[in-house]
Design a protein around this ligand. Structure first.
Ligand SMILES: Nc1ncnc2c1ncn2[C@@H]1O[C@H](COP(=O)(O)OP(=O)(O)OP(=O)(O)O)[C@@H](O)[C@H]1O
Length: 359
Protein backbone atom coordinates (compact mmCIF):
# COMPACT_ATOMS: atom_id res chain seq x y z
CA UNK A 1 0.00 0.00 0.00
CA UNK A 2 1.54 3.21 -1.05
CA UNK A 3 0.06 6.57 -1.93
CA UNK A 4 0.73 8.45 -5.14
CA UNK A 5 3.63 10.81 -5.32
CA UNK A 6 3.46 14.55 -5.86
CA UNK A 7 3.12 15.32 -9.52
CA UNK A 8 1.03 12.28 -10.25
CA UNK A 9 -2.70 12.18 -9.67
CA UNK A 10 -3.51 10.06 -6.65
CA UNK A 11 -6.05 7.28 -6.43
CA UNK A 12 -9.53 8.63 -5.75
CA UNK A 13 -9.72 6.35 -2.70
CA UNK A 14 -12.47 3.87 -2.14
CA UNK A 15 -15.00 5.72 -0.01
CA UNK A 16 -16.40 3.69 2.82
CA UNK A 17 -13.49 1.24 3.01
CA UNK A 18 -12.06 1.21 6.52
CA UNK A 19 -8.41 2.20 6.95
CA UNK A 20 -8.21 2.64 10.74
CA UNK A 21 -10.51 0.74 13.04
CA UNK A 22 -10.80 1.24 16.80
CA UNK A 23 -12.78 -1.39 18.69
CA UNK A 24 -13.37 -0.76 22.41
CA UNK A 25 -9.94 0.83 22.65
CA UNK A 26 -8.73 2.22 25.98
CA UNK A 27 -5.45 3.78 27.01
CA UNK A 28 -4.64 4.11 30.68
CA UNK A 29 -1.59 6.02 31.93
CA UNK A 30 -0.30 4.96 35.32
CA UNK A 31 1.90 7.49 37.10
CA UNK A 32 3.57 7.58 40.49
CA UNK A 33 3.80 4.66 42.86
CA UNK A 34 2.57 3.59 46.27
CA UNK A 35 0.08 6.07 47.71
CA UNK A 36 0.88 8.57 44.97
CA UNK A 37 -0.10 6.09 42.25
CA UNK A 38 -2.61 7.55 39.81
CA UNK A 39 -4.43 6.27 36.78
CA UNK A 40 -5.57 8.45 33.89
CA UNK A 41 -7.95 6.88 31.39
CA UNK A 42 -6.84 9.11 28.49
CA UNK A 43 -8.82 7.10 25.90
CA UNK A 44 -11.88 5.33 27.19
CA UNK A 45 -13.63 2.55 25.29
CA UNK A 46 -13.47 4.11 21.82
CA UNK A 47 -15.07 2.38 18.83
CA UNK A 48 -14.55 4.29 15.60
CA UNK A 49 -13.67 3.83 11.92
CA UNK A 50 -11.61 6.14 9.71
CA UNK A 51 -12.40 5.55 6.05
CA UNK A 52 -9.83 5.38 3.29
CA UNK A 53 -9.59 8.66 1.36
CA UNK A 54 -11.31 10.90 3.88
CA UNK A 55 -10.23 13.79 6.09
CA UNK A 56 -11.27 12.81 9.58
CA UNK A 57 -11.33 15.48 12.29
CA UNK A 58 -10.94 14.81 16.01
CA UNK A 59 -12.08 17.75 18.12
CA UNK A 60 -12.13 18.26 21.87
CA UNK A 61 -11.03 20.60 24.62
CA UNK A 62 -7.57 20.35 26.18
CA UNK A 63 -7.08 17.03 27.98
CA UNK A 64 -9.95 15.30 26.15
CA UNK A 65 -7.58 12.60 24.86
CA UNK A 66 -7.18 13.66 21.21
CA UNK A 67 -3.38 13.41 21.01
CA UNK A 68 -3.35 10.10 22.82
CA UNK A 69 -6.02 8.70 20.48
CA UNK A 70 -3.96 9.63 17.44
CA UNK A 71 -0.65 8.47 18.94
CA UNK A 72 -2.19 5.03 19.40
CA UNK A 73 -2.61 4.75 15.61
CA UNK A 74 1.12 4.74 14.87
CA UNK A 75 2.01 2.98 18.09
CA UNK A 76 3.73 6.01 19.67
CA UNK A 77 1.64 4.96 22.69
CA UNK A 78 0.71 1.32 23.20
CA UNK A 79 -2.98 0.42 23.52
CA UNK A 80 -4.00 -0.77 27.02
CA UNK A 81 -7.02 -2.77 25.87
CA UNK A 82 -9.17 -3.30 22.79
CA UNK A 83 -8.33 -3.80 19.12
CA UNK A 84 -6.85 -1.22 16.76
CA UNK A 85 -6.12 -2.05 13.13
CA UNK A 86 -4.48 0.00 10.37
CA UNK A 87 -5.11 -1.33 6.85
CA UNK A 88 -6.23 -4.56 8.45
CA UNK A 89 -3.05 -5.01 10.53
CA UNK A 90 -3.50 -5.23 14.30
CA UNK A 91 -1.43 -2.56 16.06
CA UNK A 92 -2.36 -3.39 19.67
CA UNK A 93 0.18 -5.56 21.45
CA UNK A 94 2.88 -5.23 18.72
CA UNK A 95 6.57 -4.79 19.48
CA UNK A 96 8.55 -1.85 18.05
CA UNK A 97 10.03 -4.11 15.37
CA UNK A 98 6.63 -5.45 14.38
CA UNK A 99 5.29 -1.89 14.16
CA UNK A 100 7.97 -0.71 11.72
CA UNK A 101 6.14 -1.67 8.49
CA UNK A 102 2.87 -0.10 9.75
CA UNK A 103 4.69 3.12 10.66
CA UNK A 104 6.25 3.37 7.20
CA UNK A 105 2.77 3.98 5.83
CA UNK A 106 1.92 6.70 8.33
CA UNK A 107 3.26 10.27 8.25
CA UNK A 108 2.84 12.75 11.09
CA UNK A 109 2.96 16.52 11.50
CA UNK A 110 3.02 18.45 14.77
CA UNK A 111 1.93 21.75 16.27
CA UNK A 112 5.54 22.86 16.87
CA UNK A 113 6.68 21.46 13.48
CA UNK A 114 9.50 19.36 15.08
CA UNK A 115 12.02 20.22 12.36
CA UNK A 116 15.77 19.64 12.75
CA UNK A 117 17.14 23.15 13.28
CA UNK A 118 20.64 22.12 12.19
CA UNK A 119 19.45 20.80 8.81
CA UNK A 120 18.33 22.77 5.79
CA UNK A 121 14.80 22.56 4.41
CA UNK A 122 16.02 19.97 1.87
CA UNK A 123 17.92 18.13 4.63
CA UNK A 124 14.78 17.87 6.74
CA UNK A 125 12.73 16.47 3.87
CA UNK A 126 15.55 14.11 2.89
CA UNK A 127 15.94 12.65 6.38
CA UNK A 128 13.20 9.97 6.23
CA UNK A 129 14.41 8.93 2.76
CA UNK A 130 17.93 8.39 4.11
CA UNK A 131 16.50 6.29 6.92
CA UNK A 132 14.52 4.28 4.38
CA UNK A 133 17.74 3.57 2.47
CA UNK A 134 17.05 5.57 -0.74
CA UNK A 135 20.16 6.27 -2.86
CA UNK A 136 21.43 9.83 -3.28
CA UNK A 137 20.09 10.50 -6.77
CA UNK A 138 16.56 9.28 -5.98
CA UNK A 139 16.58 11.29 -2.76
CA UNK A 140 17.54 14.45 -4.63
CA UNK A 141 14.74 13.97 -7.17
CA UNK A 142 12.17 13.14 -4.53
CA UNK A 143 13.09 16.14 -2.33
CA UNK A 144 12.81 18.48 -5.34
CA UNK A 145 9.42 17.01 -6.22
CA UNK A 146 8.13 17.37 -2.64
CA UNK A 147 9.38 20.94 -2.22
CA UNK A 148 7.72 21.84 -5.52
CA UNK A 149 4.46 20.32 -4.28
CA UNK A 150 4.44 22.38 -1.06
CA UNK A 151 5.61 25.55 -2.86
CA UNK A 152 9.05 25.81 -1.24
CA UNK A 153 11.39 24.89 -4.10
CA UNK A 154 13.21 28.20 -3.75
CA UNK A 155 13.85 27.67 -0.02
CA UNK A 156 15.65 24.30 -0.24
CA UNK A 157 18.92 25.69 1.14
CA UNK A 158 17.37 27.74 3.98
CA UNK A 159 17.37 26.69 7.62
CA UNK A 160 14.09 26.43 9.57
CA UNK A 161 14.83 29.59 11.57
CA UNK A 162 14.75 31.55 8.31
CA UNK A 163 11.16 30.48 7.63
CA UNK A 164 7.74 31.66 8.79
CA UNK A 165 5.49 29.35 10.83
CA UNK A 166 3.40 28.46 7.79
CA UNK A 167 6.53 27.66 5.74
CA UNK A 168 7.89 25.48 8.57
CA UNK A 169 4.65 23.52 8.62
CA UNK A 170 4.87 23.07 4.85
CA UNK A 171 8.36 21.60 5.33
CA UNK A 172 6.84 19.33 8.01
CA UNK A 173 4.21 18.22 5.51
CA UNK A 174 6.81 17.58 2.76
CA UNK A 175 8.88 15.52 5.21
CA UNK A 176 5.82 13.55 6.36
CA UNK A 177 4.95 12.76 2.72
CA UNK A 178 8.49 11.78 1.71
CA UNK A 179 8.03 8.01 1.79
CA UNK A 180 4.49 8.20 0.29
CA UNK A 181 2.45 7.24 3.35
CA UNK A 182 -1.14 6.18 3.02
CA UNK A 183 -2.20 8.01 6.17
CA UNK A 184 -1.20 11.41 7.52
CA UNK A 185 -1.72 12.25 11.20
CA UNK A 186 -1.89 15.99 11.92
CA UNK A 187 -1.66 16.91 15.61
CA UNK A 188 -2.85 20.51 16.14
CA UNK A 189 -1.00 21.29 12.91
CA UNK A 190 -2.37 24.83 12.64
CA UNK A 191 -2.67 25.82 16.33
CA UNK A 192 0.57 27.82 16.29
CA UNK A 193 -0.42 29.74 13.14
CA UNK A 194 -2.37 32.94 12.49
CA UNK A 195 -5.78 32.61 10.77
CA UNK A 196 -4.54 33.41 7.25
CA UNK A 197 -1.60 30.99 7.44
CA UNK A 198 -3.94 28.38 8.95
CA UNK A 199 -6.10 28.61 5.81
CA UNK A 200 -3.02 28.17 3.58
CA UNK A 201 -1.91 25.05 5.47
CA UNK A 202 -5.46 23.65 5.44
CA UNK A 203 -5.63 24.19 1.67
CA UNK A 204 -2.35 22.30 1.29
CA UNK A 205 -3.70 19.44 3.42
CA UNK A 206 -6.78 19.38 1.21
CA UNK A 207 -4.51 18.99 -1.85
CA UNK A 208 -2.61 16.21 -0.10
CA UNK A 209 -5.94 14.45 0.37
CA UNK A 210 -7.53 15.13 -3.03
CA UNK A 211 -4.49 15.02 -5.34
CA UNK A 212 -2.44 12.32 -3.62
CA UNK A 213 -5.33 10.27 -2.20
CA UNK A 214 -3.84 10.32 1.30
CA UNK A 215 -6.21 9.79 4.23
CA UNK A 216 -5.80 12.45 6.92
CA UNK A 217 -6.66 12.36 10.62
CA UNK A 218 -6.50 15.90 11.96
CA UNK A 219 -6.69 16.80 15.65
CA UNK A 220 -7.84 20.25 16.60
CA UNK A 221 -9.63 22.28 19.24
CA UNK A 222 -10.90 24.71 16.59
CA UNK A 223 -14.25 23.98 15.00
CA UNK A 224 -13.32 26.27 12.11
CA UNK A 225 -10.61 23.78 11.09
CA UNK A 226 -13.20 20.98 11.13
CA UNK A 227 -15.65 23.09 9.14
CA UNK A 228 -13.01 23.94 6.53
CA UNK A 229 -11.68 20.48 5.72
CA UNK A 230 -13.09 17.53 7.64
CA UNK A 231 -15.44 15.13 5.86
CA UNK A 232 -16.31 13.46 9.17
CA UNK A 233 -15.56 14.33 12.76
CA UNK A 234 -15.37 12.75 16.20
CA UNK A 235 -16.04 14.88 19.27
CA UNK A 236 -14.01 13.80 22.33
CA UNK A 237 -14.62 14.50 25.98
CA UNK A 238 -12.92 12.86 28.99
CA UNK A 239 -11.34 10.19 26.81
CA UNK A 240 -14.61 9.18 25.17
CA UNK A 241 -15.93 9.84 21.68
CA UNK A 242 -19.26 11.40 22.64
CA UNK A 243 -20.44 11.96 19.08
CA UNK A 244 -19.17 11.23 15.57
CA UNK A 245 -20.41 11.39 12.01
CA UNK A 246 -20.34 13.48 8.82
CA UNK A 247 -19.29 17.05 9.60
CA UNK A 248 -22.51 18.44 8.13
CA UNK A 249 -24.60 16.25 10.45
CA UNK A 250 -22.69 17.35 13.55
CA UNK A 251 -23.11 20.99 12.48
CA UNK A 252 -26.78 20.58 11.62
CA UNK A 253 -27.77 18.39 14.58
CA UNK A 254 -25.23 18.38 17.42
CA UNK A 255 -26.60 16.00 20.05
CA UNK A 256 -24.26 16.61 22.98
CA UNK A 257 -23.60 19.80 24.91
CA UNK A 258 -19.89 19.62 23.97
CA UNK A 259 -20.66 19.38 20.23
CA UNK A 260 -23.21 22.18 20.57
CA UNK A 261 -20.60 24.43 22.18
CA UNK A 262 -18.09 23.73 19.40
CA UNK A 263 -20.68 24.37 16.70
CA UNK A 264 -21.84 27.61 18.31
CA UNK A 265 -18.21 28.77 18.59
CA UNK A 266 -18.22 29.21 14.79
CA UNK A 267 -21.88 29.43 13.85
CA UNK A 268 -23.26 32.01 16.30
CA UNK A 269 -26.80 30.94 15.46
CA UNK A 270 -27.68 29.75 18.96
CA UNK A 271 -27.88 32.41 21.69
CA UNK A 272 -25.38 32.05 24.53
CA UNK A 273 -26.24 32.77 28.19
CA UNK A 274 -25.72 36.52 27.83
CA UNK A 275 -27.82 36.69 24.68
CA UNK A 276 -30.54 34.69 26.42
CA UNK A 277 -30.66 37.08 29.35
CA UNK A 278 -31.18 39.95 26.95
CA UNK A 279 -33.78 38.02 24.95
CA UNK A 280 -35.74 37.16 28.11
CA UNK A 281 -35.83 40.83 29.06
CA UNK A 282 -36.88 41.94 25.58
CA UNK A 283 -39.45 39.22 24.84
CA UNK A 284 -42.36 38.42 27.12
CA UNK A 285 -43.75 35.54 25.03
CA UNK A 286 -42.66 31.88 25.03
CA UNK A 287 -39.13 31.48 23.60
CA UNK A 288 -38.11 28.35 21.73
CA UNK A 289 -34.97 27.51 19.72
CA UNK A 290 -35.68 25.45 16.61
CA UNK A 291 -33.20 23.83 14.22
CA UNK A 292 -33.83 24.78 10.60
CA UNK A 293 -32.39 23.65 7.26
CA UNK A 294 -33.05 21.68 4.10
CA UNK A 295 -36.16 19.55 4.38
CA UNK A 296 -37.36 21.07 7.66
CA UNK A 297 -40.72 22.79 7.22
CA UNK A 298 -41.44 25.03 10.18
CA UNK A 299 -43.78 27.12 8.00
CA UNK A 300 -46.63 24.62 8.39
CA UNK A 301 -46.88 24.71 12.20
CA UNK A 302 -46.38 28.49 12.26
CA UNK A 303 -49.18 29.11 9.69
CA UNK A 304 -51.51 26.74 11.57
CA UNK A 305 -50.68 28.66 14.74
CA UNK A 306 -51.49 31.98 13.05
CA UNK A 307 -54.98 30.64 12.28
CA UNK A 308 -55.43 30.14 16.05
CA UNK A 309 -54.15 33.54 17.11
CA UNK A 310 -50.45 32.66 17.62
CA UNK A 311 -47.95 35.22 16.40
CA UNK A 312 -44.25 34.57 16.05
CA UNK A 313 -41.22 36.86 16.04
CA UNK A 314 -37.69 35.81 15.09
CA UNK A 315 -35.64 36.91 18.09
CA UNK A 316 -32.25 35.41 17.15
CA UNK A 317 -30.63 33.01 14.70
CA UNK A 318 -29.09 32.38 11.32
CA UNK A 319 -28.76 29.91 8.48
CA UNK A 320 -25.52 28.80 6.79
CA UNK A 321 -24.44 26.48 4.04
CA UNK A 322 -21.83 23.74 4.51
CA UNK A 323 -21.00 21.14 1.87
CA UNK A 324 -24.08 22.24 -0.08
CA UNK A 325 -26.53 21.75 2.78
CA UNK A 326 -28.18 24.59 4.61
CA UNK A 327 -28.70 24.47 8.34
CA UNK A 328 -28.95 26.74 11.32
CA UNK A 329 -31.28 27.65 14.10
CA UNK A 330 -33.89 30.27 14.93
CA UNK A 331 -35.00 31.50 18.31
CA UNK A 332 -38.71 32.26 18.08
CA UNK A 333 -40.96 34.20 20.39
CA UNK A 334 -44.50 32.81 20.33
CA UNK A 335 -47.35 34.90 21.68
CA UNK A 336 -51.08 34.14 21.87
CA UNK A 337 -53.49 31.96 23.88
CA UNK A 338 -51.50 29.44 25.97
CA UNK A 339 -53.16 26.25 24.61
CA UNK A 340 -52.66 27.41 20.99
CA UNK A 341 -48.97 28.30 21.67
CA UNK A 342 -48.52 24.88 23.29
CA UNK A 343 -50.04 23.30 20.19
CA UNK A 344 -47.56 25.14 17.90
CA UNK A 345 -44.61 24.00 20.07
CA UNK A 346 -45.81 20.38 19.82
CA UNK A 347 -46.28 20.67 16.04
CA UNK A 348 -42.77 22.15 15.66
CA UNK A 349 -41.33 19.28 17.72
CA UNK A 350 -42.77 16.88 15.13
CA UNK A 351 -40.71 18.46 12.32
CA UNK A 352 -37.53 19.57 14.09
CA UNK A 353 -35.48 19.72 17.30
CA UNK A 354 -37.07 22.23 19.69
CA UNK A 355 -35.38 23.57 22.81
CA UNK A 356 -37.33 25.63 25.28
CA UNK A 357 -35.76 28.77 26.73
CA UNK A 358 -36.62 28.80 30.41
CA UNK A 359 -38.37 32.01 31.53
N1 LIG B 1 2.41 10.27 29.07
C1 LIG B 1 1.38 10.55 29.88
N2 LIG B 1 1.42 10.20 31.19
C2 LIG B 1 0.37 10.46 32.02
N3 LIG B 1 -0.76 11.09 31.63
C3 LIG B 1 -0.85 11.46 30.35
C4 LIG B 1 0.20 11.23 29.40
N4 LIG B 1 -0.17 11.72 28.20
C5 LIG B 1 -1.40 12.24 28.36
N5 LIG B 1 -1.81 12.08 29.64
C6 LIG B 1 -3.10 12.51 30.20
O1 LIG B 1 -4.13 11.96 29.38
C7 LIG B 1 -5.20 12.89 29.24
C8 LIG B 1 -5.42 13.17 27.76
O2 LIG B 1 -4.31 13.88 27.25
P1 LIG B 1 -4.13 14.26 25.71
O3 LIG B 1 -2.84 15.00 25.56
O4 LIG B 1 -4.35 13.05 24.89
O5 LIG B 1 -5.37 15.25 25.50
P2 LIG B 1 -5.60 16.30 24.33
O6 LIG B 1 -7.06 16.30 24.09
O7 LIG B 1 -4.72 16.00 23.19
O8 LIG B 1 -5.19 17.64 25.03
P3 LIG B 1 -4.30 18.87 24.45
O9 LIG B 1 -5.16 19.52 23.39
O10 LIG B 1 -4.11 19.74 25.65
O11 LIG B 1 -3.04 18.27 23.93
C9 LIG B 1 -4.82 14.12 30.05
O12 LIG B 1 -5.42 14.02 31.32
C10 LIG B 1 -3.32 14.01 30.14
O13 LIG B 1 -2.84 14.64 31.32
Amino acid sequence: MSAAEPGRPGPPGRPGEVLVSFREVSKVFRTGSGRAAREVRAVDDVTLDVHRGEIFGVIGYSGAGKSTLVRLINGLEPVTSGSLTVAGVEVAGRTETELAPVRRDIGMIFQQFNLFTSRTVAGNVEYPLKRAGWDKERRRERVAELLEFVGLASRAGNYPEQLSGGQKQRVGIARALATSPELLLADESTSALDPETTQEVLQLLQRVNRELGITIVIITHEMDVVRTIADRVAVMQDGRVVEHGPTVDIFARPRTETARRFVSSVMHTVPDERDLERLRRAHRGRLVIVDVGDGIDIGGPLSDGAAHGVRFTIAYGGISVLQEQSFGSLTLELTGPDPAVQDVVEQLARVTEVREVAA
